[in-house]
Design a binder for this molecule. Structure first.
Ligand code: ARG
Length: 485
């Protein structure tokens, strides 16, 4: 469990203790209507409160309330002067918060009550008019959407930065080769830039998904009130426009109980984490002594407390490890919403920590991986060169050579299999065989075979659309340079 946008559980405990000590009001008996005679049991007060983490929504809560106050005046529900006082009071709270002087207590329950109470303390009776025609149910939905919209824009910038880091590595490695794998067995050599651009493509889909989610996040529930709308003559389009929403929920029940966008976000974020983890795993593999395709720079690697020779890939390992949190939040959110009857239920309070942590984790991982690509890894051309020339990953090209000379593919495939078998028995590679030996397998082999089997030519030849041939990769690099400019 985390709070305040991702603090540790210990901190949460400490901060709720602080909150207990620092409550600004006289306990929950003061919160509710006169039907309540007793205050909350202190353990229940702590259990019920979300202020420890929903203080994260403070800016958005203030923004939403300013828009709501102005709309109330525009609709003649309150006077212009009252709206001005409310707006100024809300801005005062913003200033107090920036100075560290706004410190709600546990008794405030959540950020919405905390702001309203402070406003009433600042303004007196006028402050009591702010909550007209509104409920915390539509309010919290509004805050959450405004908050997530902002974070989606930040995330888009993070993904873009990461794509650019990959692209500049790719541009620097346009002629470098790397073994291509299937089943983590050497398959065919590829251009390293091609390999890196594969991640740029995945990340582009991630950006599309975030944009798509943003479209559904950016709908205003404000004015749905508790669940059924309100008899107060409000104008929901005014607040929606003022807050930059693209539209309003058509159904008040749906408005206060929709958390689809949170699930969609967690799902899109999970796929980002999947992509990051795949590259993370490759970097870990590349940096291993067995592979040695990259060297980790001191900027992004760590040592061992015991073994002085060690240099560990902590950054990609952490990224790989943090996937569980984001996937877990997706599962948690789905489970939290499942079976909830309409409309608002307190279960929804559980959406916040999941979203806050999913956003923070995904953002942090994107930043760390971008830095890793920018200055954390150095490819080792010597090791890569040696790797692509020391295996049978040009075997398919012998078959392709035969196919180009009218040998049916399946027949060629069988024949190359027997050549490889012979090489393995003799402890040699395909390029070590003499032309006479090749001709003993098939008469069509000529001296041009040797050029065709050189790793650089093996890569260059794959010029089908989307292939790793240098000319195709250059086209893609140019395209991505334009797109990410
Ligand atoms: N803290 C609450 C939440 O996070 C705000 C809404 C409370 N609404 C209510 N009817 N109790 O969901």
């Amino acid at each position: 469990r985390v709070c305040r946008d991702g603090q540790s559980p210990d901190k949460l405990r400490k901060s709720t203790d602080d909150l207990m000590a620092g409550g600004v009001t006289g306990g929950a008996a003061g919160t509710w209507s006169d039907r309540f005679e007793q205050g909350l049991h202190p353990v229940i007060e702590r259990f019920n409160a979300s202020i420890g983490f929903d203080i994260t929504l403070l800016q958005e809560d203030l923004d939403g309330s300013v828009a709501h106050a102005r709309m109330l005046a525009a609709c003649g529900v309150i006077s212009d002067d009252e709206a001005r006082q409310l707006s100024e009071g809300l801005e005062t709270i913003r200033t107090e918060a920036a100075a560290g002087e706004f410190q709600p207590g546990l008794a405030d329950e959540d950020v919405h009550f905390a702001v309203e109470r402070r406003l009433i303390a600042l303004l007196g009776p006028v402050g009591k008019k702010l909550h007209t025609g509104r409920s915390r149910n539509d309010q919290v939905g509004t805050d959450l959407r405004l908050w997530l919209r902002r974070r989606l824009d930040d995330l888009d910038a993070c993904v873009l930065r990461f794509q650019r880091a990959l692209l500049s590595q790719a541009l620097a490695q346009r002629t470098t080769l790397i073994p291509g794998y299937t089943h983590l067995q050497r398959a065919q050599p590829v251009c390293l830039a091609h390999h890196l651009l594969a991640y740029v493509e995945m990340l582009e889909r991630d950006r599309q998904r975030f944009r798509d989610v943003r479209g559904r996040v950016n709908i205003s529930p404000l004015g749905a009130a508790a669940l059924a709308g309100t008899p107060v003559p409000i104008d929901r389009r005014l607040t929606a426009d003022a807050l930059g929403f693209d539209g309003i929920y058509a159904n008040s029940l749906d408005a206060v109980s929709d958390r689809d966008f949170a699930v969609e976000f967690a799902s899109a974020a999970s796929l980002v984490m999947v992509h990051l983890s795949r590259l993370a795993e490759e970097v870990i593999f590349w940096a291993s002594e067995e592979c040695g395709f990259v060297r980790l720079t001191d900027r992004c690697a760590t040592g061992s407390s015991l073994m002085p020779q060690k240099k560990n890939p902590d950054v990609p390992e952490l990224v790989r490890g943090k996937c569980g949190r984001v996937f877990g939040h997706l599962q948690g959110l789905l489970t939290m919403i499942k079976g909830l009857p309409l409309a608002y239920n307190k279960d929804f309070q559980e959406d916040k920590e999941a979203l806050f942590d999913a956003v923070r984790t995904t953002t942090d991982c994107l930043e760390a991986m971008a830095i890793l690509m920018e200055e954390g890894v150095e490819f080792r051309p010597d090791r890569l060169e040696q790797a692509v020339g020391s295996d049978f990953s040009n075997a398919t090209d012998v078959a392709d050579y035969l196919v180009a000379r009218d040998v049916p593919f399946r027949e060629a495939y069988q024949l190359v299999g027997s050549v490889v078998k012979r090489c393995l028995q003799d402890g040699v590679l395909l390029l070590d065989l003499s032309l006479e030996q090749w001709k003993s397998f098939h008469p069509v082999f000529e001296a041009d075979l040797f050029e065709a089997l050189a790793p650089r030519q093996v890569v260059a030849a794959r010029i089908s659309e989307g292939g790793t041939g240098f000319s195709r990769v250059d086209e893609q690099l140019a395209l991505w340079e334009q797109r990410l400019a």
